[in-house]
Design a protein around this ligand. Sequence first.
Ligand code: IMP
Ligand code: MG
Length: 179
Amino acid sequence: MTKPQIDVLYSTEAIAARVAALAGEIRDAGFRENLLVVAVLKGGFVFAADLIRALHVAGVSPEVDFMSLSSYRAGTASSGTVTVLRDLETDVTGRNVLIVDDILESGRTLAYAKTLLAERGAARVGLAVLLDKPGHRVAAIEGDFVGFTCPDLFVVGYGMDMGHAFRELPYIGHVVTAQ
Ligand code: IMP
Ligand code: MG
């Protein structure tokens, strides 16, 4: 098996600069008080980890909880249905909630999560995604805070995987040859 070639799309430095700017946008959009960051596992965990520290620098003190939702399984094709694999422990009633995930693509997963948390009584539900891939949108949903609008490529790194590999890369790359 040859090692796939991964071309850098967004460098560590470019990501860090954008995440810092996003934290300021989130603060200025009124998510400052009583904020619960909901990190969507697994792909959103690296972005969420950096974003909460950028929020601290921006003067915001969020609480953090985690949700695991199934959409993509072990491969690269969407299952088309959403299930909650791991739910929040936190009561979202009356809170400012910011869902944080890696990629908004079809939007099915995040539309489901947004509706669920709104129905549970969150005062406001915002959506922060590191990457927006608008080309394959199915659900009527847009990110409130978007890191980068991404070309229609399969990307890995910074929490994102291909068949469970490459989450550890400190940059976002495009897999050129995978075998
Ligand atoms: P959707 O918006 O419901 O289609 O789900 C988007 C999810 O699919 C993301 O959170 C990722 O977990 C996964 N995904 C979509 N595109 C990619 C990619 O290029 N690389 C890795 N995961 C991806
Ligand atoms: Mg995901």
